[in-house]
Design a protein around this ligand. Structure first.
Ligand code: BG6
Length: 484
């Protein structure tokens, strides 16, 4: 579907996200001829830069992040960019933005707030005060969407005073990843899985997002956030929702979001006792990643010497519904891990009886591995007969490599999500009540950590996290997949 002509306004337009992700994503779409010829990107920042100075900064800070550069296409792309300098918190400085925007109600207008969340309400107020929050405009909210339930509610309430829910796009970039959408295709485009997708046939689910990178130069943000807020409350819970939700009646935004909301509301809440048993938090220490020595979290630039912020978290969660009662969902994320890996593993129950001359426990239960990163694919593990004489069964793999199967070029998550915002397609964005339900579940954990004395468990960089994480799942007789 061709896009309507648009003005895309990036608040935080000279910031890291705009340079590393948003402008490169728009460039890629431009190269693929998805952008209308007169569509523009208006970058808003505080620096009093001229247009040329800003474009110089784009050249230096954004261009290196392009997947491939075609000089002619790049030269054409940067002509779409307009730089506007203003103080986002002061409506009296908005005149240059009013001037830069085209006054045409038939255009799509998007305000992308790639700013710290405490500015969201003020910017929305200022857009309203200057007459820029029109009925044909949309607002995109970048994470972190609050730091607890109260702040998330406040963001929802304040942004909601200016924009209606159908105009608000809350980004979780994991939903823009190809394999996450493929999980929807797998579950609801095939008859095979849905009858088995329940407690009678599934024994447990693992969801891992492991990163090799450390905190880098984001200490200011990260140390007040930690892995639970930065990754689990949003990305991991969104993946959990897509795995566990009831079949929505359609792919329409509210059908999907209602189904996800039901999962979030059905998550078993932790009490101080269950919390201590089912959650492990860790913090990385010096070690080696890919053979290179890396420092301890507490020795990273600007790290507080006694920081208690977790860089790793593993949780055993449960969903209190008829479909999922008793099925553990093990969630895990960490920085400075052994490998970069994002995957969902759905393990099925063991066969009830072996007819072969082989003991039951030599049969690996079937499992489905949905791989998001580094490569994208699906793997079904089955038992098969080994060739030759006799009847000996061994695990074999059915593999679907998306890159091999579909030669079409891939889209980065932000490309897909930006296109959806410009089309007004809300399915891959979180609704306000979903956001609040996710914070509501996470909040007792945050409160507990804040009020108790314990520290995150140290783990060596380049490992799979604290031994307690293996013990958490080991208690149920299981192993994390890469340790199996
Ligand atoms: C972001 C987090 O939301 O996701 C980062 O703030 C993290 O800390 C990043 O590194 C991971 O995203 P991806 O797409 O690289 O897995």
């Amino acid at each position: 579907m061709a896009l309507n002509d648009f003005d895309l306004v990036l608040f935080g337009g000279s910031g890291d996200l705009a340079m590393r992700k948003l402008l490169p994503a728009m460039y890629s779409r431009d190269v693929c001829n998805d952008l209308p010829p007169t569509a523009r990107i208006i970058c808003v920042g505080r620096h009093e830069w001229s247009q040329d100075e800003f474009l110089h900064s784009v050249e230096k800070n954004s261009k290196p992040h392009l997947k491939a550069v075609d000089q002619a296409a790049w030269a054409k792309f940067i002509q779409r960019i307009v730089y506007v300098s203003l103080n986002a918190t002061d409506a009296s400085t908005y005149a240059p933005l009013v001037e830069a925007l085209r006054d045409d109600a038939s255009l799509t207008r998007v305000y992308y707030l790639a700013t710290p969340p405490h500015l969201f309400a003020k910017i929305c107020d200022n857009l309203a005060a200057t007459g820029l929050a029109t009925a044909n405009s949309r607002v995109v909210l970048e994470k972190p969407l609050g730091r607890d339930l109260a702040s998330a509610k406040q963001i929802n309430a304040e942004v909601g005073k200016v924009f209606s829910e159908s105009q608000i796009f809350r980004i979780d970039h994991y939903l823009g990843k190809e394999t996450v959408q493929n999980l929807l295709a797998l579950r609801f485009g095939n008859i095979l899985f849905e009858p088995l997708w329940r407690r009678e046939w599934i024994s447990d689910v693992q969801i891992t997002i492991a990163e090799k990178i450390g905190v880098g130069n984001r200490m200011g943000y990260y140390d007040t956030s930690g892995a639970l807020r930065d990754m689990l409350q949003n990305h991991l819970l969104q993946l959990l929702c897509i795995v566990a939700m009831e079949p929505p009646t359609s792919i329409a935004p509210d059908a999907v979001r209602d189904a996800k909301l039901q999962v979030l509301r059905s998550l078993k809440r932790f009490t101080p006792t269950t919390l201590a048993q089912n959650i492990v938090r860790g913090q990385y220490r010096a070690g080696h990643v890919d053979g290179a020595a890396v420092p301890s979290y507490r020795d990273e630039p600007d790290a507080p010497a006694q920081s208690r912020t977790e860089t790793f978290v593993a949780i055993k969660a449960e969903i209190d519904t008829w479909r999922w009662a008793g099925v553990p969902f093990y969630l895990r994320t960490g920085k400075r891990m052994h490998d970069r890996l994002a995957e969902i593993v759905v393990r099925f129950k063991p066969i009830p009886h072996s007819i072969f001359n082989q003991p039951n426990n030599s049969f690996q239960p079937n499992s489905l591995v949905i791989r998001l990163q580094p490569d994208e694919g699906l793997r079904m593990n089955l038992m098969a007969k080994t060739p030759g004489d006799g009847m000996r069964l061994k695990q074999a793999e059915l593999e679907l490599d998306f890159k091999e199967q579909f030669k079409a070029p891939r889209m980065e998550a932000y490309e897909r999500l930006l296109l959806d915002v410009l089309r007004g397609q809300l399915t891959l964005f979180m609704r306000g009540d979903e956001l609040e339900a996710a914070w509501d579940w996470v909040e007792p954990i945050l409160n507990h950590w804040e009020h108790e004395d314990s520290m995150p468990i140290p783990y060596t960089s380049g490992t799979w996290g604290p031994a307690a994480s293996s013990a958490l799942i080991g208690r149920d007789g299981l192993q994390w997949r890469e340790e199996a």
